[in-house]
Design a protein around this ligand. Structure first.
Ligand code: NDP
Length: 403
């Protein structure tokens, strides 16, 4: 039984902590710390009611490294699970290094003043983690996370090499609001409004944000417009699969979402440069995030399914020529809410965070240094997806995608 310290108390954290408590044989002692302690207490109360497990809660500003080190030394966890925001990745990694404890997150570091989702800041910690004899597992959510594991499972069991890869992220859920985001609005809008980037013939190709749109028929959702955009797992997938000729990421957005986002962008509300307002500096996007519905408040009203998966084309392992496979998970917003009190976008991220944590604390995935999901054996993780609420399916398609 392990002691874990989870940082952050949003929707993703709520799901992960509920799922950890449901697996008390692995996570015997759960500690939860965040900037607003009352949010930790609300999660602890729900966990107690649903599972009977007690968890300890703390207030912490994770950007205060000495305070984080003290908390880690007090709790003595074998793993720190970072489910706060990407801005806190580096300070939490610094604290883990100092305290000599393993680290896990679900999103790569992003500086506050620049919307760049890149791994190099965290990869630069590899030697220090290695010397300290501790492990950092990066990106253990759904995307990044499961999408990378899906790809590596296909490469282990179906395809010798992957020539073309498309990640399709569909949220077919309806939350009944005119405009809302299903995870942290600031991070979500920074991601969606950034230029699109995909990997082609050994280099990144940049195109304007939301410029390329394709209609796709998603099982359990129906026809949806999906837009090509940059997503952080493309970087690690391209690094660990050097044979890839092309890798792209697609996300669905409804017309209403696009309409609202376009207006907000046109009037400057999505900007991340500070402006002066009534003698005070504010960042328009942070102000916008403050007035939008909180993602954790959408659970009760969201209906429908998510369908996230990977289509990969490459040379079949069995020597039968080129093959294309589609591997995906369908998750119901209502079922996710019923089980944990959170909608499926938080669920599909929080469950893989719990599974990644299991891999680390049980030693099924081990190593000294900083690792991406692509570097680990996909099989035990894939087994746990099936057992813990995110079952997957794989099917062969007639040929490569034609979009
Ligand atoms: P929320 O905004 O709901 O929650 C973030 C939490 O972090 C809040 O409780 C917040 O506290 C806390 N926090 C923020 N700053 C600090 C700080 N300095 N110190 C301590 N705690 C802090 O976000 P989500 O739950 O939606 O997302 C959590 C993470 O998961 C994000 O990094 C997001 O990018 C990632 N994610 C990954 C996905 C994947 O598939 N890989 C998909 C979706 C999300 P407060 O309440 O006080 O603001």
């Amino acid at each position: 039984m392990s002691t874990v310290l989870v940082i952050g108390a949003g929707g993703v954290s709520s799901v992960c902590v509920h799922k950890m408590a449901m697996n008390a044989d692995i996570f015997g002692d759960i500690h939860l710390a965040s900037r607003t302690k009352s949010k930790c207490d609300a999660i602890a109360a729900s966990v107690k009611e649903r599972t009977g497990q007690s968890i300890s809660t703390y207030e912490i500003d994770a950007e205060e490294v000495p305070a984080m080190i003290n908390l880690i030394r007090q709790v003595k966890p074998s793993l720190v699970v970072n489910l706060a925001l990407p801005y806190q990745d580096l300070p939490i990694m610094d604290a883990c290094l100092e305290a000599g404890v393993d680290y896990l997150d679900t999103a790569n570091y992003e500086p506050k003043d620049e919307a760049r989702f890149e791994y190099h800041w965290q990869w630069a910690y590899h030697d220090r983690f290695k010397q300290a004899g501790i492990m950092a597992l990066l990106g253990s959510g759904f995307d990044p996370g499961v999408t990378s594991v899906f790809t590596m499972w296909l490469k282990k069991h179906k395809l010798k090499t992957i020539r073309q890869l498309d990640i399709l992220d569909c949220n077919g859920g309806d939350h009944g609001q005119a405009f809302a985001t299903n995870f942290n609005p600031e991070i979500n809008i920074r991601e969606v409004t950034a230029p699109a980037r995909h990997w082609e013939n050994g280099e990144w190709v940049e195109t304007p944000a939301l410029d390329k749109r394709v209609e796709f028929d998603f099982e359990a959702v129906g026809q949806k417009n999906m837009y090509m955009m940059y997503h952080e797992e493309l970087e690690s997938l391209a690094k660990f699969n050097p044979e890839l000729e092309r890798a792209r990421f697609w996300m669905t957005f409804g017309d209403e979402y696009i309409k609202h986002l376009t207006v907000l962008q046109n009037v400057g509300m999505t900007g991340i440069e500070p402006i002066r307002y009534q003698g005070k500096e504010i960042i328009p996007l942070q102000f916008l995030a403050a007035v939008l519905p909180k993602p954790e408040s959408l659970g009760e009203t969201t209906k429908g399914n998510t369908n996230i998966g990977v289509i990969a084309t490459g040379e079949a392992l069995d020597g039968s020529g080129e093959k294309t496979f589609y591997i995906n998970n369908i998750c119901s917003h209502e079922a996710a809410y019923e089980e944990t009190g959170n909608q499926a976008v938080s669920y599909t991220t929080g469950v893989p965070a719990m599974i990644g944590s299991t891999m680390v604390v049980t030693g099924k995935w081990a190593g000294d240094g900083v690792f991406n999901m692509e570097e680990m054996d996909p099989d035990p993780f894939m087994e746990m997806l099936n057992e813990h609420g995110l079952p997957w399916q794989v099917k062969e398609l007639g040929g490569p995608v034609d979009f």
